[in-house]
Design a protein around this ligand. Structure first.
Ligand code: TRP
Length: 333
């Protein structure tokens, strides 16, 4: 980056409602990085259209995702917050990187295999080359670190391979990024089937706590969480439900598992579940309030999007020009 500051890049899709898993594993930590890194956080609308989207929904969710970034504590003056399609360099570099990515590599991506099974009627080329666009996102900013959930680690590794391959032919082009997987909150499980990851697209509404759920809903969902036939709050093998609730409680309170076990010694699961609901609702209520205020001010959000896109486009263009020159594209006079 310009002044030797390390660069952090991440993206969130404007599809579906984000869960406490997304909050704890990603969004909540994003604001902490802006001290140490120059951060770019992108709303990846181009990735979203690899599966069919309702246009009005996509537009609404793009605003909502940007608002959520800010509501989760990202200061738009300290971070570059923007929308992917506002910066055409993403799609342009993606084409070039397509020519440096192997068919076989893309065929091995587990997300592609999952998504093509789930959307068997629409296995389009974009779904297949999704990781190439993601590599473009990352490499345009000469990114050092990419905070992602474990499910995206494979894509970041592919990005590294593509960057190294390109650098082999054209030395010194791209910084090779590292994935950064958040230590805690990396795996929040479903409240209904605690052996399964909590997923924003789960059909059972009681399985998932959304960042924007209201207080009563949050408390009710935790009250219904599946536990086990034991009665003691302790972290142990075979207690997936309790382990998950303890993980969530630990994430929101900063307490260790031992501290939690001591706190709930002699108390039942009912008390514990109520406490998990309370701490979660306490943490998320200010986010929801701020989110509501932001969405009511569309002009503010539009202005932030524009500012972010201008900042991003400037950096992205420099990398893209360098790449085009190296490849032998004739600069436009
Ligand atoms: N693929 C990521 C996801 O679905 C979103 C994403 C797109 C991303 N581009 C990125 C994440 C670049 C990190 C860096 O979660």
């Amino acid at each position: 980056m310009l002044n030797d500051q390390k660069v952090c890049f991440s993206g969130v899709q404007p599809s579906g409602n984000l869960t406490i898993g997304n909050y704890l594993g990603a969004l909540r930590n994003f604001s902490a990085y802006s001290e140490a890194y120059k951060c770019f956080y992108c709303v990846v609308d181009e990735h979203a259209i690899t599966v069919r989207q309702e246009p009005a929904e996509l537009r609404r969710r793009t605003f909502e995702t940007l608002a959520l970034y800010i509501a989760c504590g990202l200061d738009p003056d300290k971070n570059t917050l923007y929308v992917q399609s506002h910066v055409p360099a993403h799609a342009e570099l993606a084409w070039i990187l397509n020519c440096f990515t192997m068919f076989g590599e893309l065929s091995r991506m587990t997300q592609f295999k999952d998504k093509s099974a789930r959307h068997a009627d629409n296995i389009n080329a974009g779904l297949f080359t999704y990781p190439v666009l993601m590599a473009s996102d990352i490499l345009l900013y000469q990114t050092d670190v990419v905070p992602v959930g474990v499910d995206q680690k494979q894509h970041v590794e592919l990005c590294r391979d593509v960057a190294e391959r390109f650098n082999q032919v054209f030395p010194g082009t791209f910084t090779v990024p590292q994935p950064m997987i958040a230590e805690n909150g990396k795996k929040i499980m479903s409240l209904a089937e605690p052996a399964k990851k909590m997923s924003k697209s789960d059909e059972n509404p009681n399985a998932v706590v959304y960042i924007l759920d209201d207080r009563d809903t949050i408390i009710r969902k935790f009250r219904r969480a599946v536990t086990d036939s034991d009665t003691v709050v302790r972290f142990a093998e075979g207690k997936d439900g309790i382990n998950n609730l303890m993980t969530i409680y630990a994430c929101f309170t900063g307490k260790t598992m031992e501290e939690i076990e001591r706190e709930f010694a002699g108390k039942g699961y009912g008390d514990f579940k109520a406490a998990v609901g309370e701490v979660t609702a306490d943490a998320l209520t200010p986010v929801r309030t701020r989110f509501g205020e932001l969405l009511a001010d569309k002009a503010y959000l539009e202005a932030q999007m524009k500012k972010g896109a201008d900042e991003a486009a400037y950096v992205a263009r420099r990398t893209l020009s360098k790449v085009q020159k190296k490849l032998g594209f004739v600069p436009r006079a």
